[in-house]
Write a protein that binds this ligand. Sequence first.
Ligand code: ADP
Length: 349
Amino acid sequence: MDEQEVRKLLSSIPDPRLGNDIVSLGLVNSISIEESKIKISLFLGAPYSSEEQSIAQQIRALFSDSEFHIDISARAKKNVSPEDDLLPTVKNVIAVASGKGGVGKSTVSVNLATELSRLGARVGLFDADVYGPNAPRMIGHSGQPLETKDGKIQPPEQFGVKFISLGLLVGENDPVIWRGPMVHKIISQLLSDVNWGSLDYLIIDLPPGTGDAQLTLLQIVSVTGAVIVTTPQSVVLDDAEKSLKMFDRHGTPTLGLIENMSGFTCPSCGSTHDLFGKGTSEDFANKLELPFLGRISIDPLVRKGSDEGFPAVLNPDSTAQGDFQIVCQNTINNVGALIRKLHSDNYAD
Ligand code: ADP
């Protein structure tokens, strides 16, 4: 088989989102054939996403009788040269935001990171919630980070997630009053001083609202995309709209909206009660032409898991386990679609 034939075969594979085949979209980076070994390098962006895994599977099926190797080599970050990139070894940065506190933003961040790690991805979690840094409790690890030989911070690891939180440095329950410039300084220092190593995904748990910490992050880090966590109450949705506008102003794509605390299935009677309303977040997402990433039900095991440091996404008894898994796949499938689109637009120019 020569390169031409390989390319022709690859052009039978459609991109699941972009309405064309992977060759026409410029997603095939290179093909090399040495002896009988075919090497294909693709521009894909979201490791462990079901849609990109399906592309890889279809390629494997085409070449099932030859020895071959797929290599993924997309560079996702837009508008940042490798020299200016504060996080050069991190492929994708996902910011988790909410307009208001208490909607489950940190819970979603921790469960997303844990699920990505369970899938096999290299994951980091940066708890930038300077006003309530509770990731250490939620992920069940409060050991001090160590210092590396070159003076960097080695993040502790739990459930395969490397994480860093102000809560590890100042204590979760110490009241901390941060003024704007301090927030800017601590966040930029923490982010760049941490020895993240190579990561597929870095999840950033933002503080609620649209204040200094969020702006700092958007200025210094190239965020691949943001997800916004809401509950079905309309007052929370109004606040979510403010976050959305903030991301828009900074040119950060929004990957979609997650509705948390979305109905409670009573363990005694088995029926579902919509404690905070129903369907509002999806309508809101549609109105703003935003992807809706899914609903996470209210489950006491989610709260218990957060308090005891065992994320519900690892707990088969939790009714929210599957919800978190779906939301995670929808999120990273959107990351992949976004990056492939960026790449194919550049290819077309
Ligand atoms: P935020 O980061 O938005 O302030 P948290 O993630 O700290 O919110 O969640 C607030 C509280 O709600 C926590 O006690 C958490 O365990 C609980 N919680 C969050 N999501 C759920 C859910 N789906 N079911 C039950 N409890 C939840």
